[in-house]
Design a protein around this ligand. Structure first.
Ligand code: HEC
Ligand code: HEC
Length: 199
């Protein structure tokens, strides 16, 4: 089966309106190639553009990566609360406003995308975790939102935050590889049977 989604993405970036991500799983992938795909997936999931939001139960987003200088919790004492959107304190949307056009030219600006900015679920905690830990979490339906590799790939395509992570603006380093490459790797890893480095 072949899926092609046309994206409604309005930022004037490399991921302009009309770009499609193809979800075409390969027919067979060796365990070795599956592991190679996993190691690239780990480079993405552990990258600051992803991990800064994929934090644990302390509900504190992180500021890390070259453009931030040093690793530290989000400034201004931001806490997302159990709601993960800051409902209990200051809502994320106060600064990370919903914006159709992308407005991340200046580094000091809060990143803004055309969907609600919020922390990833605690089940998807990646910040500071090892390759083996993230691997086991991400292949476990109880920790990945009940998704198989096709559903994971579709989720990656539909999520505008992910499109931002590969074109973040403001001098921020984009996540490695590209969205299409990442989707291909997730599909290959799944077809190979979700191998993890310690299996
Ligand atoms: C008072 C304004 C404000 C609020 C409220 C706020 N942020 Fe931010 N956020 C910022 C700014 C400004 C930056 C960028 C700082 C920089 O680049 O130096 C930022 C950056 C981030 C980053 C880093 C993105 C990257 O570059 O990888 C994450 C993650 C983040 N915020 C999550 C949240 C979450 C989740 C909430 C709600 C719980 C939230 N923020 C609430 C102002 C805010
Ligand atoms: C602004 C915060 C934010 C950033 C940055 C972010 N995510 Fe997420 N992520 C979320 C939220 C919120 C969810 C839950 C949404 C859902 O499950 O529908 C999520 C869920 C996921 C899931 C579903 C699997 C699971 O375990 O729940 C995957 C896969 C994922 N993100 C990948 C990524 C990747 C890859 C990057 C970087 C390229 C990234 N995310 C960056 C907020 C973020």
């Amino acid at each position: 089966m072949r899926y092609a989604f046309v994206l409604m993405f309005f930022a004037s970036t490399a991921l302009a309106a009309g770009e499609t991500v193809e979800i075409t799983p390969p027919t067979a992938v060796s365990p070795q190639d599956g592991l190679a795909a996993w190691s690239r997936i780990y480079e993405v999931t552990s990258h600051p553009r992803c991990a800064n939001c994929h934090v644990g139960a302390d509900n504190r987003p992180m500021w890390s990566g070259p453009s931030y200088g040093r690793t530290r919790p989000h400034g201004m004492n931001i806490n997302a609360g159990e709601s993960r959107i800051g409902a209990e304190y200051v809502p994320c949307s106060t600064c990370h406003a919903l914006r159709e056009t992308g407005a991340n030219d200046a580094h000091h600006m809060a990143p803004q995308v055309a969907m609600n900015w919020q922390l990833a679920p605690v089940d998807a905690e990646w910040f500071g975790k090892s390759s083996v830990e993230i691997c086991q979490q991400l292949r476990d339906p109880e920790h990945n939102g009940g998704r198989d590799h096709l559903a994971l790939a579709r989720h990656l395509d539909h999520d505008l935050i992910l499109h931002w992570a590969w074109a973040p603006g403001g001098g921020r380093e984009p996540a490695p590889y590209g969205l299409q490459d990442h989707v291909n790797d997730v599909l290959a890893w799944g077809v190979a049977g979700f191998p993890c480095p310690d299996d």
